[in-house]
Design a protein around this ligand. Structure first.
Ligand SMILES: Cc1cc2nc3c(=O)[nH]c(=O)nc-3n(C[C@H](O)[C@H](O)[C@H](O)COP(=O)(O)OP(=O)(O)OC[C@H]3O[C@@H](n4cnc5c(N)ncnc54)[C@H](O)[C@@H]3O)c2cc1C
Length: 484
């Protein structure tokens, strides 16, 4: 009897270094690769009702699925696409084609685990097994030198334990001979409209990044071999403007269009052939942060998503729709915050420096609920990843893995350090483009005569701060010693 396996693609939209696909190809005579657009992914976030998938993220997802189909076409097959719940759609395929097993990447967070469980229960009724493969992190879960309950709660301790003998497995090779089940309706890739995603016009910087494995591998090649940008990564990573100050690998990592192992081994090769320095190491260091938040999510499960975070701390916050909207729309009256928030809204991306500042500002200056910020990021970030997003928000809100008590970002001094001349603000907040560098981060200091001279009215052309600026500035001053 022909042995048929289903490869259920989830957040692993690639053929290179994909253990799930490779194992299925080895163990079965024929495979059915399938991707399900699960309607639950396109509903609203739990507490603040933001669309779970915004325009930029939705577009990137569609591109990634289209590219996966092309990749599978190159191997002689196709990607079966279904719109519906995997526990129904994958089950129906398994039943119809008498599959022996379903192969998929293991997920970490409860929403995904719940779906696995529902599918597993249904498959059990027809004696079809489900095989899971770990593929999300650089270090395989099974290779951690401690049990998950002993995962340190401080990143540096984790790094010190794993780094001396970094256990990175080799990449899996891409299957070259693959037998697909041929007589199957491939299904159309749905449009954004069909998925209920609101289309919006983007003006600046839109579509800088294309989804899919092909684009991911091109970006890797560009960032390393073509430009050598990686050699200066440590110096440029905190910049804000343009596409080359950091790797942007997060976009493709979030959808599994590339594996962290592929990035690691490419850097390893680069270090052997071209140059090894602090910057090449630093990118691996950042990938370890990513791993760390994944493992923290395994250890603490749903606590990461709860108001008290993994420390179970009660934070004081008041709901204020006006302030939240000002933050979301880049209208707080603090240009550095507004520039970052406008970039996010337009492009679906924001630098790490920006994310730290706007998150700290939301929680510690506007005193709003951190979950509102985290859910908005979930909606807007192309690279949204539950572990990294909620892990970082926990950290910034002071309810996560930060060993330092009460870390606070002094937004003004951050703006002056990282956007010294105001170029970033001018790009995203064009109404301030005429302001001199000495006022660009504090337009509320302009007196009436200066405003007339610059042809801008604060409070009309650009908002006045949406909170008490005097108390804020006093707090910023006091925090100078402790801010980053
Ligand atoms: C509040 C907040 C929310 C965030 N939400 C997400 C998210 O949803 N998804 C996400 O991938 N990252 C998130 N980050 C982490 C970080 O900002 C992004 O990974 C990074 O900006 C992506 O750009 P890059 O790929 O150019 O990064 P690079 O600087 O080039 O770093 C290389 C890779 O290292 C990893 N990395 C770097 N910094 C971090 C970090 N702090 N935490 C985890 N991984 C890191 C990423 O995979 C990244 O692609 C968040 C950070 C903050 C402060």
């Amino acid at each position: 009897m022909t042995k048929i396996a289903i490869v259920w693609f989830r957040n692993d939209l690639r053929v290179r270094d994909n253990e799930t696909l490779l194992t299925a190809v080895k163990e079965a005579d024929q495979i059915i690769p399938v991707y399900c657009f699960d309607p639950r992914h396109f509903t609203k976030t739990e507490n603040y009702n933001f669309p779970k998938v915004g325009f930029n993220k939705g577009s990137f997802l569609l591109q990634s699925v289209i590219d996966l189909r092309f990749k599978l076409n190159e191997l002689g097959g196709n990607l079966v696409v279904r719109y519906g719940k995997p526990e129904d759609k994958v089950f129906e395929l398994a039943q119809k084609f008498n599959a022996t097993a379903v192969y998929c990447q293991e997920e970490i967070c409860s929403e995904e685990i719940k779906v696995e469980q529902l599918l597993e229960d249904r498959l059990n009724t027809i004696n079809v097994s489900i095989e899971y493969f770990w593929g999300k992190t650089l270090i395989n879960y099974d290779d951690l030198p401690f049990s998950i309950s002993n995962l340190p709660d401080i990143f540096t301790k984790f790094r010190n334990l794993v780094e001396p003998n970094l256990p990175i497995r080799d990449e899996c090779h891409t299957p070259d001979v693959v037998n697909f089940v041929q007589d199957i309706e491939p299904g159309d890739i749905p449009s954004l409209e069909k998925l209920g995603i609101e289309l919006h016009k983007t003006e600046k910087n839109a579509s800088l990044y294309k989804g899919g494995e092909t684009a991911a591998l091109l970006r890797l090649k560009y960032y390393l071999w073509e430009t050598g940008l990686i050699e200066n990564y440590k110096e440029t990573r905190n910049e804000l403007l343009g596409k080359d100050y950091s790797s942007k690998f997060s976009l493709w990592l979030a959808f599994g269009c590339i594996s962290p192992r592929t990035i690691f081994w490419e850097i390893f090769q680069y270090e052997k052939e071209r140059k090894k320095n602090e910057s090449t190491y630093w990118l691996i260091f950042e990938l370890l942060w990513r791993d760390y938040f994944n493992f923290i999510a395994v250890k603490y499960e749903d606590l990461l998503f709860k108001s008290g975070g993994i420390k179970k701390v009660r934070l004081e916050s008041k709901h204020n729709a006006n302030k939240l909207n000002a933050w979301i729309n880049g209208q707080t009256g603090i240009p550095f915050i507004d520039a970052n928030m406008r970039e996010l809204k337009q492009t679906g991306f924001m630098s790490n420096r920006g994310r730290q500042n706007v998150a700290s500002f939301l929680v510690k200056d506007l005193k709003l609920d951190w979950l509102a910020g985290a859910e908005y990021f979930e909606s807007m970030l192309i690279d949204y990843d539950p572990c990294s997003n909620y892990g970082n928000w926990n950290y910034i809100a002071g309810i996560g893995n930060d060993p330092r008590e009460n870390r606070y970002f002094n937004v003004l001094s951050q703006a002056n350090s990282y956007d010294q001349y105001g170029d970033y603000v001018r790009f995203w907040v064009p109404e301030l483009s005429e302001l001199p560098s000495t006022r660009i981060h504090e337009p509320y200091l302009l007196n009436k005569a200066e405003q007339a001279f610059l042809k801008i009215e604060i409070g009309k052309d650009y908002p006045s701060p949406c909170f008490n600026i005097f108390t804020w500035k006093a707090k910023q001053k006091k925090s100078d010693k402790i801010s980053l």
